[in-house]
Design a binder for this molecule. Structure first.
Ligand SMILES: [Zn+2]
Length: 160
């Protein structure tokens, strides 16, 4: 798990399948593309990093996580339940299967309603402190990254 400074903002792109990883060359092309659409003026502390994780790793929304809902019964899941689980596992999982506290349903972590979204991935390209005005990846950029990587992607925004 990447422990993020609370004052930092991130826009991250991860594969939609938590277990999936790209080939090294595809990952490099994708990172080059991200560098081209997030030009670095050198004054804002922007950093772009690409990570391959051994295990499925939490890519979280930091301070933006305000609510988790259960897709099975619709109840709110206590944020403390998630905080404890994330701490015990150090944010890494081999398997996303869990039993939720509200209705004891057997679910996968990536099906819970995280608001803001929280991701689970073995690959991530992160833009720390994006310098450009629109800090989010556009739909067109996500489409291009999916083509370069060879897999659909989604973005996770942290404290933006
Ligand atoms: Zn439930």
């Amino acid at each position: 798990m990447i422990w993020r400074e609370m004052s930092d903002s991130y826009a991250s792109v991860i594969p939609t399948d938590p277990s999936w990883q790209p080939e090294g060359e595809a990952a490099e092309s994708a990172e080059d593309y991200v560098r081209s659409v997030f030009p670095d003026p050198g004054t804002t502390g922007q950093e772009i990093t690409t990570e391959f994780y051994d295990r499925i790793t939490v890519v979280d929304a930091g301070e933006n996580l305000s609510r988790i809902t259960c897709p099975s019964c619709g109840a709110d899941i206590p944020l403390e339940w998630w905080a404890e689980l994330a701490e015990e596992s150090e944010g890494e999982f081999d398997d996303l299967g869990i039993v939720v506290p509200c209705c004891n349903a057997h679910l996968r972590l990536d099906t819970l309603g995280f608001d803001w979204p929280c991701g689970f991935a073995r690959f991530e390209i992160a833009v720390l402190n994006p310098a450009r005005e629109d800090a989010r990846f556009t739909e067109d950029e996500l489409t291009e990254l999916a083509i370069l990587l060879g897999h659909p992607v989604k973005q996770i925004l942290t404290h933006l």
